[in-house]
Ligand binder design. Sequence first.
Ligand SMILES: Cc1ncc(COP(=O)(O)O)c(C=O)c1O
Length: 389
Amino acid sequence: MNPLAAHLSNFQESVIREMTRKAIEHNAVNLSQGMPDYAPPAILLEGIDEALKENDHQYSITYGRKDLREKISDKLENYNDVLYDSENEITITCGASEAIASSMLAILNPSDEVLILEPHYENYVPLTYLSGAKPRFVKLGQNDFKLDEEAFKESINDKTKAIFINTPHNPTGRVFSKDELLFLSDFCNDNDLIAVTDEIYEYIIYDGLKHISPASIDEMFDRTITISGFSKTFSITGWRLGYVAAEKQLMSGIRKVHDYLTICAPSLLQTAVLKSFDLGKEYYTKLRKRYQINRDYLFDNLSELGMYPINPKGAYYLLANVSEFSHSDIEFADFLVRDQGVATVPGSSFYQKNSSNTDTQKYVRFSFSHKLETLQEAVTRIEQKLKEK
Ligand SMILES: Cc1ncc(COP(=O)(O)O)c(C=O)c1O
């Protein structure tokens, strides 16, 4: 008897997280997983002290602290241009990851299909399978990663129930334009799809671009599940705090799943993160500047090394082309990390297995959510290794 559930054979553990384990094993600079080596804003650490004094050690309301949901509702109105009622339409989750899981488990039936833009953030595929449904991949344009309208038309069938939209996009750094989101809105409305939007990098955006929430586009509100969180914006990936917002009926299903999956997000940290709403506009401006400096540094240096990086417009990752150095992304990433060097993520982990896409083995992903000196150390090591090779 196989003791494990059959659907587990559809996927493997995360390659991103595996690369972090390899980085530790080989004492490498870890540019694989998107976790900053910056300290969180001091005000959040003060928030922890205050939460400890309040003895905030028990379960919170399942949906999350009421005052935190109210703050998120205001933020969604002011930054994302969408109105969600804090009482019935917002739930605090254990990271965006749990928000994605609860949403998928709430909306999918066994015969359903989910559209996933390729390349894609790893988690979407396993969570689709865990919900009993199947993924269908829609290729983004080669090299520019723009939406390819033809690929969308080919992907739809009467089983399609939902689509993941991730903007700013991991791993490509694309920030989908208003026109692209208008196309997606028509596509979702014409085919009666639910859009699950992952906006975890909504504040990390470059070159003066603006984040547009898909739910703010005409006729998308009722069919959109909006997901974001605190991990990336405040350098607190280990706090595990995210949230999901959706109109009342969708939210009633998501809350049912969330209730039995986790009961609630960590109470102490929900209290502490309230402080983040005291940070003014300057915080977000500085955040963008910091990451834009990092992006430019890594882009320029990897370009000089002949790795033809793709310049991201948002999020904090950069895909670099390693085909001149190795016939496989996995081999290259392995070589870099093992040789006391640098941990990256092989690009193939952002594509379906056995993909016909020719890009699959071309890239490795670098995270630049790190201090400039960390990036400098990584570049020095890569330079040495490439010269030796
Ligand atoms: C696109 C995307 N969504 C979600 C997550 C996970 O977010 P959280 O830490 O809030 O679970 C990540 C983490 O890297 C991500 O890149």
